[in-house]
Write a protein of this length. Sequence first.
Lengths: 179, 158
Amino acid sequence: MENNQPSVTRRFMPLIVFIALVALLAIGLTLNPRLVPSPLIGKPAPEFNLPLLLEDGSFSNKDLIGHVTLVNVWASWCFACRQEHEVVKHLSRNGVRIIGLNYKDEPDNAKNWLAKLGNPYKNIAVDYDGRIAIDWGVYGAPETFLIDQQGIIRHKVIGPLSDKEKYNDLMAVMNSLNK
Amino acid sequence: MKKIISMLFLSGCLTFSLGSLAAPIETFKFESAETEKVFHKLSEELRCLVCQNQNIAESNADLAKDLRLEIYTMLTEGKSEEEIVDFMVQRYGDYVLYRPPFKPMTWLLWFGPVIVFIFGLIYVVRLMKSQSAEVAPDSLSEEEIERIKNLHAEQDNK
């Protein structure tokens, strides 16, 4: 009878373990497996030199240095890119330097898409076969990279920027760079 | 009759689903059987990030196709298996690997099951011990013997 006290905790131990396990799994369920953290954050933007979509000439990683830049990976076939397009335009209107990386797209389709929906991009580099996107660890459009003045990748947004939370996270990092 | 129809239906479904399971391997030409083996090994060990429960060999996704081509190109350039894996990890992170690497960050992942198992074992052993300790002692106490005697006496008196 005197060991009644410890046996109560012992009796509830399975329940406690069970609740802890449920809590752990519940947290796991709220995580999005599609958000794969990029190993490129904190590293210099991968080297590339790509032709421009709308004019002659090319765009390379060296052109990223000296400005805070967003590199937005998009394509005319990508539905979510259309979804985020208003946000990209809004950022552009507010003076953010945005470079488009046209990903595995037909140039004509891309041009039509921009003519119809508006072009928020300072420059658009064409990654026709998606080879450069692999170097950037891109696994789907849209993806947006924040590059600082030194050409270092500081943040990556996977999926459309129209998502409030993702947008706010991006803004927080961007504001810290502009200070 | 109904049974036969449903059987036919099921076998039809099975054929269709098996058809879609066929791995979309392009026809790559390899210099040696050795490189071909490495190619298949790599494309089976690397995760396709678009359809996350498929490896690069199985996936029909565009990116998987690109990555297969990338692996093939690197192999024909004479890159080693490690170099190709490093290439993928540098870009996509450890997540591309179906077999997670062994490093401090993944210790919990690797040892977790063993630790949980050991805790479980300790718990079960202690439970068994405490239960065997709770079993009534072999001999009765004086008090109990007295009570039994009294009960018997009561019974007899009736």
